[in-house]
Ligand binder design. Structure first.
Ligand code: DC
Length: 219
């Protein structure tokens, strides 16, 4: 069983995907962490994320490994655990830029599907329901008011020790959204058979309870 959850940054995807996976005893697959790992690798090697040729050339040198449980992912790059370095604003921006490069998406596709083959999975990202697992029996597309999304992301960053104004977080989110929605390959769009949930005024538990009702009806 695959549950696909897509939507833009700050809608609460990770929070509800982890809760849902834990409640169901499924694995949690954070596909964004894979794009972030590539973004991290690109910055680490001093490559410009917009330089598609150089980024594609780097991929064969990256050895990427992801361990998943029901509420956690661990990402290693060439043997080093880089999980903690993946959530900085610089890596977020680089991930969004490299995720528009077809070679990067093609490289990460089998990695995601392999994890999906390990058992029942709650997978979250941008194209999980449309491209990675198009035949997933349950798909959700989360949305939320842009102000609410910026506040949520800002709180996450502050909790993780990053400083910076909410206006900056809001502008970064908007920039990332534009890129994610307008790229030619696998843009952020809802799958036709996805159920839409607006999380603006819902708690994480409320969202998860709605999802659980849908998933358990399919089990
Ligand atoms: O979900 P996230 O914020 O960790 O994702 C980081 C970036 O990775 C996001 O800006 C777009 C990209 N991404 C993607 O293109 N496809 C996915 N399935 C997941 C993430």
């Amino acid at each position: 069983m695959i549950v696909a959850i897509d939507g833009p940054a700050g809608v609460g995807k990770s929070t509800v995907a982890k809760l849902l996976a834990s409640r169901l005893g499924f694995l949690y697959l954070d596909t964004g962490a894979l794009y972030r790992a590539v973004g991290w690798g690109v910055l680490r090697h001093g490559i410009e994320p917009t330089d598609a040729e150089a980024v594609a050339g780097l991929l064969p040198k990256l050895s990427l490994q992801m361990e998943v449980t029901s509420n956690d992912v661990t990402v290693s790059m060439n043997g080093t655990d880089v999980t903690k370095d993946l959530r900085t604003p610089a890596v977020s921006a680089a991930a969004s830029v490299v995720s528009a490069i077809p070679a990067v998406r093609a490289w990460l596709l089998p990695v995601q599907r392999q994890i999906g083959n390990k058992g029942s999975v709650v997978a979250e990202g941008r194209d999980v329901g449309t491209k990675v697992f198009p035949s997933a029996p349950v798909k959700f597309f989360l949305e939320a008011d842009p102000t609410v999304r910026a506040q949520r992301r800002h709180h996450e960053l502050v909790a993780a020790g990053h400083r910076g104004a909410i206006e900056q977080t809001s502008a970064e989110l908007a920039g990332r959204d534009d890129r994610d929605r307008s790229r030619a390959m696998a843009p952020l769009i809802p799958a036709e058979d996805a159920q839409h949930i607006d999380t603006s005024s819902l708690s994480a538990d409320e969202v998860v309870n709605r999802m659980l009702a849908v998933v358990t009806a399919k089990l």
